[in-house]
Write a protein that binds this ligand. Structure first.
Ligand SMILES: [Zn+2]
Length: 245
């Protein structure tokens, strides 16, 4: 399968610390990010009662043409119905870091992980719908309401996004549905493999390990401290015996 080409853009100012280089350098055998991540200004004000931006408002601000198979716009303004990603015509998607960045930061998950998750889920959506991203008006059933740490978790309760942005998976029932929708098995397996790289930073992985196994961590650190102490005394005795005495 040739790689899906995805165009990433930023819509408006991002008050969150997003590492564009890290996003651009992500390596995948199933998709590639084309060109640089361009910035587009937000030209309209919010038009919703709770300061959100309606779909009609957002679509006016997205580019009509772009390089690539589909486009993902990243913004920080609230979207319609409090969703964190909305689909539009002409293979365009808009995702927001509004509320999501706080949830991820509070759980020590890099905010780029949310973008990686969406890159993989929309790649599969594009494939399962015959190389097309269905717009929001089309009835689709690719998500499930239960949070399983899967790319297709609905995340109606936004805080559940933490389960699918740290080593996400494609759950068994989604694999089954993808195969019946003629997505090649090798593509699904490849994605499952690549998803393992979407994880927390090393420091927070170690902190999680310590939290999970506190007694073993204590035992190991005691043994290490004892061994370092013994080794230190041994080296000191050798130096004393051979060099100084
Ligand atoms: Zn699933």
């Amino acid at each position: 399968m040739s790689k899906i080409k995805i165009k990433l853009i930023i819509l408006g100012q991002l008050p969150v610390d997003l590492d564009k280089t890290k996003l651009s350098n992500w390596k995948s055998d199933v998709f590639e990010i084309v060109g640089q991540i361009d910035n587009y200004s937000i030209i309209n004000n919010a038009d919703g009662l709770s300061w959100e931006f309606s779909d009609e408002n957002i679509v006016e601000q997205l580019p009509d043409t772009f390089e690539g198979d589909f486009l993902i716009a990243m913004t920080h303004v609230p979207l319609e119905d409090s969703y964190y990603a909305r689909r539009f015509t002409n293979n365009r998607v808009c995702m927001t870091f509004y509320e999501m960045a706080d949830i991820l930061n509070n759980n020590n998950i890099p905010i780029e992980n949310l973008v990686y998750r969406l890159l993989y889920s929309y790649t599969l959506i594009y494939k399962r719908h015959g190389n097309n991203i269905p717009s929001r008006d089309e009835i689709t059933t690719f998500t499930h309401d239960e949070s399983r740490g899967c790319l297709f978790d609905m995340n109606g309760i936004k805080s559940d996004v933490v389960y699918s942005t740290n080593k996400p998976t494609v759950c068994d029932s989604c694999v089954q549905r993808l195969t019946t929708e003629r997505v090649p098995l090798n593509t699904i397996f490849k994605i499952q493999e690549e998803l393992k790289a979407i994880k927390k930073g090393l420091y927070y992985r170690l902190a999680d390990l310590i939290k999970k196994y506190p007694v073993w961590t204590l035992i190991l650190s005691t043994i290490s401290a004892f061994m370092i102490g013994t080794l230190g005394s041994l080296v000191a005795s050798i130096i004393w015996e051979k060099l100084l005495k």
